[in-house]
Design a protein around this ligand. Structure first.
Ligand code: ZN
Length: 268
C-alpha cells in the first residue's frame, strides 16, 4: 500500500482511443464484451467477469463517496464515474495495450480528461484498496477544478484503507509515529512543491498521509481549515498554500502535529 508510483493518476494525455474510452456506453460495450454492469452511488462499474459476490466491494465505494462529502465538506459528484474491472492481470494488460497504450502501466489507474473519470483495475488481492484509492482521486476530481498533488495522494492514501482501519490501521502509521517520537516531520510547504507524480516517492506518500491524518483526527481547527481550503477550490477562489493557512490558524502547528502522533497509540 502506498509504494511509490504503484498508483498513478494520469491526468493529461491524449491518444486516439480516448474518445472511445470516454464515449457513450454503446461504444464501450462494443469495444469490450462486458460480462456484468452494476451501479453503486455515482459509480457505474463494468467487469469482464460476474460481479455476483462483489456487492460489498461496490457498497464500499458508495460509502466512500458519502464519507468524502461528510468528512471533507465537498459536494457530491454530479457525473458518473466509470469503473472497469478485469478478472486477471492478463485481461487488464490486454485492455490497456489495446486502448491506453500510451499510459504507463500501473496495477490500478485513474484517468480523467474532459469527460467523466475512469478507474481501471483487475481482481488482485489488493483490489479493494486499489479501488478505494483510485476512486478517491476520481471523487475529488469530479467536483474540484484541481487538487494539489500531495493532498490528492494524501487523501487517497487515507481513504484507501477500510473505514474501520482509517484511524489506526494504515501501514504508514508505525513509521510516522516513530518519526514523530524523534521530532522528524516534513513541512507541508515542502510537499506542496511536488508538482509531478514522479516526485512523489514512498516518503512523500507517507508524509502526505500523515498530514491528512493529523487534519482529520488531530485538530478541529486543522480540519476546519482543510474544509475551507477545499471550499475555496470548489468555488474557484485561489486557495493559496494550505501549509501557510494552517500555520496562520494554528500557532505551533508542527509541534501539534508531532504531539498528535506521539499520543496516537494503536488500540491493538
Ligand atoms: Zn494516487
Amino acid at each position: 500500500m502506498g509504494m511509490p508510483g504503484r498508483f498513478l493518476s494520469v491526468r493529461s494525455w491524449s491518444v486516439i482511443s480516448l474518445g472511445l474510452l470516454l464515449g457513450p456506453v454503446s461504444d464501450i460495450c462494443f469495444a469490450e464484451d462486458w460480462a456484468d454492469l452494476r451501479a453503486a452511488g455515482p459509480f457505474v462499474c463494468r467487469a469482464d467477469f460476474s460481479l455476483q459476490g462483489s456487492e460489498a466491494l461496490l457498497d464500499d465505494l458508495a460509502q466512500l463517496q458519502e464519507d468524502l462529502v461528510r468528512v471533507l465538506g465537498i459536494p457530491a459528484p454530479q457525473e458518473h464515474i466509470e469503473i472497469y474491472l478485469f478478472r486477471n492481470e492478463a485481461d487488464y494488460r490486454h485492455y490497456l495495450n489495446k486502448f491506453l497504450s500510451d499510459v504507463p502501466y500501473r496495477r490500478a489507474l485513474y484517468i480523467k480528461r474532459g469527460g467523466p473519470g475512469v478507474v481501471l483495475a483487475y481482481a488482485s488481492k489488493e483490489l479493494a484498496t486499489d479501488l478505494r484509492h483510485e476512486c478517491t482521486h476520481a471523487l475529488l476530481h469530479a467536483v474540484l477544478p484541481m487538487v494539489p498533488l500531495w493532498l490528492d495522494e494524501g487523501l487517497a492514501e487515507f481513504f484507501e484503507v477500510s473505514p474501520q482501519d482509517r484511524p489506526y490501521g494504515s501501514p504508514h502509521l508505525t513509521k510516522v509515529r516513530w518519526n514523530a517520537k524523534f521530532g522528524v516531520k516534513t513541512a507541508i510547504e515542502k510537499l506542496e512543491k511536488k508538482g509531478e507524480v514522479t516526485e512523489m516517492g514512498s516518503a512523500e506518500y507517507r508524509d502526505a498521509w500523515a498530514w491528512v491524518h493529523y487534519m482529520l483526527y488531530g485538530s478541529r481547527d486543522a480540519h476546519g481549515e482543510l474544509v475551507l481550503y477545499l471550499r475555496d477550490i470548489a468555488g474557484n477562489v485561489p486557495p493559496g498554500s494550505l501549509g501557510a493557512r494552517l500555520a496562520q490558524r494554528i500557532p505551533g502547528l508542527e509541534q501539534e502535529y508531532l504531539s498528535h502522533f506521539r499520543g496516537w497509540t494503536p488500540r491493538r
